[in-house]
Write a protein that binds this ligand. Structure first.
Ligand SMILES: Cc1cc2nc3c(=O)[nH]c(=O)nc-3n(C[C@H](O)[C@H](O)[C@H](O)COP(=O)(O)O)c2cc1C
Length: 607
């Protein structure tokens, strides 16, 4: 990381903050604001402190390293599309028939020798300092508390290395870890993730599971940790493939797990499958808190580090975040891996305000009736792609998927209730909307066909339509229509919710001549003219089976749910910054934001 910092100073526009700044809320708030700026910068906090605990840390905190697309590309050393092309070539390797093809293949296969991590039994740089069990103190690490209502401090960029019970598979996953005390961490590997599958094996065998968590080193390790590699494939193969050189691994001191030799900090320990503890709440990358839940506990056996380690961390909450840029690289690199199942897939895009699993747009060459439905089922059945709740498919003639306006017009002109599929499937463990956890509604839109014939019969102005609605229900407070020039204008209304929106939708049916697509959400914490955050809210807040109605117009209930809706779980709060902290940072010149910025990204709550 010391090398990375020098490199960032030279190539990454690193901002160094030498003032003492608190790891509780202050550092996270600064990083949260930075990542939302155009062309945001990586940040190095050289004097992290913890005022509440009276600690001055002796290592800096590096944040926002995936600060923008340009820097992400520099971290890869090439454009993610180039990595994708390499993978595509590999997947299409065929036995050579001509001599020249054989020669070409030799060079391709030779390059593969760099893919496999190399193990060494000598000590690594990351083991220059060894802290024995009795001296382990997690308070020596500048672990951040991001949000006021977080259950504590969390390691947010930990590379979690684990092994299957038979030792045959090794895994790297990026999972957050909650600090409980001096030597215990909450291990938040969700039920669908590889390390959780290994955990099941140890639990069944009644054995303690070794775990090693690494922090820092080459930033590409972190990207590999979040990459949705198929089960059983060690993520550091991808590291070797991208870098063109093998990951160099050394053995952990107290267990048999191998970790990159150049990481900054290593936390070794084990998880006892008979013990669980409450993890969370934690303000997550959905922009909502994940609620308290039992997760395994990691007991720390030893901590090792470099002589001058740097602590790497990230902050999550409402978009945009660093995961926008990591996710962009992931999206590009995994495109060829989706193609064997969906060969006519041309491209896909997961907008950051759809928080990845809440919205995907996919472009395909449509060959037959039902082709888009076939792809919906394929997506919902494949690895982590199966977490996607809402998938919209467009034909090859559609505009660029990232051209928000043009692609929305294209979709709205083809939106047909007959071509919307609502079904059920597995959902991300973080999803808060389904009546039960882990299984919920899926919505697929087939917009691959021709433009629909009928638009709105009688388009009214926003004021006239709102007036008509308010004659029916006074709790409808604001209205704005978007894309009125398309066949399916989006009519957004904000309500003061006192009953189920299904009642409101039923009451509004007489206005069907004026509405094609109605989107409802709460007045509190939403702004009618902020489509970026409205999209974030609505795709986050719906379970399509419960919240989408197709007749006589399409209606989407994006309000927060409660008993009024037959929803009996706890509905989580939004992640909001702490006003006092923002004010103090602003006064000290550490941030420079105005009311517009605060509202644009929903930094604070409002009525
Ligand atoms: C910033 C960030 C934080 C994450 N935190 C968690 C987490 O706490 N738990 C989890 O299961 N996945 C988390 N993920 C997602 C996983 O890293 C990702 O699903 C990864 O592919 C899991 O690897 P695995 O399939 O080897 O388990 C996080 C991703 C990012 C980018």
């Amino acid at each position: 990381m010391q090398d990375v910092v020098e490199w960032l100073k030279d190539k990454g526009n690193l901002k160094v903050i030498d003032e003492p700044i608190d790891v509780e809320l202050e550092i996270p708030h600064i990083a949260y604001i930075e990542v939302k700026k155009d062309n945001s910068r990586p940040l190095l906090f050289t004097k992290p402190i913890n005022k509440a605990k009276g600690i001055e840390y002796d290592m800096p905190v590096l944040m926002n390293i995936f600060a923008n697309k340009e820097l992400t590309q520099k971290i890869f050393g090439k454009h993610p599309d180039q990595v994708a092309q390499g993978i595509d070539k590999l997947l299409k390797l065929k036995p050579p028939t001509k001599f020249i093809d054989k020669l070409k293949m030799i060079s391709q296969l030779f390059a593969l020798k760099n893919v496999f991590p190399k193990r060494s039994n000598s000590l690594g740089l990351c083991q220059e300092i060894v802290i024995p069990k009795e001296k382990v103190d997690l308070d020596k690490l500048p672990i951040l508390k991001t949000w006021e209502e977080d259950g504590g401090a969390f390691i947010t960029m930990g590379q979690v290395y684990t092994k299957s019970l038979d030792g045959g598979m090794q895994n790297l996953g990026m999972y957050r870890l909650q600090q409980y005390d001096k030597n215990h961490l909450g291990m938040h590997w969700q039920i669908h993730k590889d390390a959780s599958h290994f955990f099941d094996q140890y639990q069944k065998a009644g054995k303690k599971m070794p775990v090693t968590v690494a922090i820092g080193g080459d930033p590409l390790y972190i990207w590999c940790g979040q990459a949705p590699m198929p089960h059983g494939m060690f993520e550091l193969l991808l590291y070797g493939f991208v870098r063109g050189k093998n990951a160099q691994l050394v053995k952990s001191i107290t267990n048999d797990i191998y970790i990159p030799k150049d990481v900054d900090i290593v936390i070794e320990g084990f998880v006892d499958p008979t013990k669980m503890a409450i993890e969370g709440p934690f303000g997550d990358h959905t922009g909502y808190y994940t609620l308290k839940e039992p997760y395994p506990i990691m007991e720390v056996e030893t901590i090792t580090m470099k002589e001058k380690p740097i602590f790497q961390a990230t902050v999550v909450g409402k978009p945009p975040l660093e995961d926008k840029y990591m996710g962009w690289a992931t999206e590009r690199i995994f495109l060829p891996m989706l193609k064997p199942m969906t060969p006519e897939l041309i491209d896909y895009y997961m907008p950051e305000n759809g928080v990845f699993h809440n919205l995907i747009l996919a472009k395909m060459k449509t060959l037959y009736k039902g082709h888009a439905q076939q792809f919906m089922h394929a997506f919902w059945g494949v690895g982590q792609m199966s977490f996607v709740k809402h998938a919209i498919f467009v034909n090859e003639d559609a505009p660029e998927l990232e051209d928000d306006i043009a692609i929305t017009e294209y979709i709205l002109n083809r939106l047909d209730p007959q071509k919307i599929l609502i079904t059920q499937g597995i959902i991300d463990a973080l999803d808060h909307t389904a009546n039960e956890s882990l299984v919920g509604g899926k919505l697929g839109v087939d917009a691959t066909g021709k433009e629909v014939e009928d638009g709105v019969k009688s388009l009214l102005s926003d004021n006239d339509l709102l007036e008509k609605m308010q004659e029916i229900d006074r709790n409808i407070l604001e209205l704005k229509q978007y894309f009125t020039h398309t066949k399916n204008p989006i009519c957004v209304i904000l309500v003061n919710k006192v009953e189920s929106m299904q009642n409101i939708i039923a009451k509004l049916k007489p206005l069907k001549e004026h509405i094609k697509l109605l989107v409802i959400t709460d007045k509190t914490n939403n702004e009618i003219d902020n489509p970026y955050m409205l999209l974030w809210r609505v795709v986050n807040n719906i379970d399509a089976q419960r919240d989408v109605v197709l007749e006589p117009f399409i209606a989407i209930d994006g309000t927060n749910k409660s008993k009024l809706d037959g929803f009996n779980r706890e509905w989580p709060k939004d992640t909001h910054c702490t006003k006092k902290v923002l004010d103090s940072l602003q006064e000290r010149g550490l941030i420079d934001i105005d009311e517009k910025f605060i509202r644009k990204f929903g930094l604070l709550g409002f009525e």
